[in-house]
Design a protein around this ligand. Sequence first.
Ligand code: GLN
Length: 487
Amino acid sequence: MNELLKKTASEQRKALLNKEISAVELVNAEFARIESIDETLGAFNSLCKEQAIETAKEVDKKIAAKEDLPPLAGIPLALKDNINLKDTKTTASSKILENFVSPYDATVSKKLKENLIPILGKVNLDEFAMGSSTENSAFKITRNPWDTNKVPGGSSGGSAAAVAGYEATLALGSDTGGSIRLPASFCGIVGMKPTYGRVSRYGLIAFASSLDQIGPFGRCVEDTALLLEAIAGHDSHDSTSLDIPVPKFSDCLNKDIKGKKVGVIKELLGDGVSEDVKKAVEAAIQTYKDLGAEIVEISLPLLEHSIGVYYILATAEASSNLARFDGVKYGHRTENPKNLLEMYTKTRAEGFGDEVKRRIMLGTYALSAGYYDAYYKKAQQIRRLIKEDFDRAFEKVDILVSPTCPNTAFEIGSKISDPLSMYLTDIGTISANLAGIPGLSMPCGFDSDGMPIGLQILAPALGEDKLFNMAYNFEKATDFKSVQPKI
Ligand code: GLN
């Protein structure tokens, strides 16, 4: 393998500008890597070789002509397979969309193209982004590059495994309850969920529209900051996208953090957190102290309800969003149905996997007459209270820290038949989606088996600059990103 594939985007950019390698060679080196390793890792659902090489050629032309290049031009990226990219398959890792070819670009895909970022292919996920391990994909299991018997986390497991396994330098994922941060944590890379509305959702296959956000993965904080700059901004195609300027996050990284206040979420460092994770996160807190930050303990008493609230709201929204997959407009249709009703029911019975069916049933129940007030409305009210808990916390501190997940990556197959224990892996991440605030996961240590541990950092809404600044200073003061999987 070309050692350059292990480097960060800015290191690769230097190599491109110094003509140590051309953009086409870099992209081809990634395809060679994918060819040699992806049978083991299972990150990619499909490749977009022609498109990627076309983009790389354009970059090479601009380099030869000494023209200005966007900061991530030529840096290979893996796209989660629930984000539309024109003329490529977009499956959401579901049988129901197995042969669906996207007729248009998602806004983020359009922006990637404008930034001359070669898109290598579409990467695996839990079907419709429902899951925490990528085992719910209808097509294949994705494995963790640190230990291929373990899950990469989910639902953006393909995105994280591709970056950690040197099959791509960057990736995009989507995060509804932790689906970027959890796999970033399990795979030892940086993953970031922006403020709700920061990035357009146009062209993202909807799971739970009031919680979904697209966000970046990278090998270091700077890479994710640059990638967010490339994809963020207002979009008239998404009425929830925020019409405000996008700051240059990469300019805020180096600022001194002396005197900043770091809140430690008490409830996320208590019972149920593995000893190794606890130790690593406590050491991270000490690092912040050494950097001159003030540490404040913060209690978020309603956090314990976040999983319950999430699994009512997310499933309710999913049951409505997934009603569109009816065999008429998209993808799979059952063969020889006796009548229209049977066409609908058989198409959906054949097309959706077990977890998706479970969510549709839960959500339909929560929204049904008589239960709406008891479940859906109550959950909305508690969601508001959780948000207010965060508002109060951010009056006292600049950022909040916690483990991204109470444990490290688990064995493939160990939780798949126990949905409740799978749902509990999201206890650290879900509340940020309910509150709409930005969150990031970055490496902060390893457990006794050598598996990566993630530190989660949360900031107030639109506080991405603070988030990246605090994360960058931690990264600079530690050396976790230099430890890479030997795969
Ligand atoms: N694991 C959570 C779920 O299954 C979150 C998924 C996500 O963020 N897309 O719903």
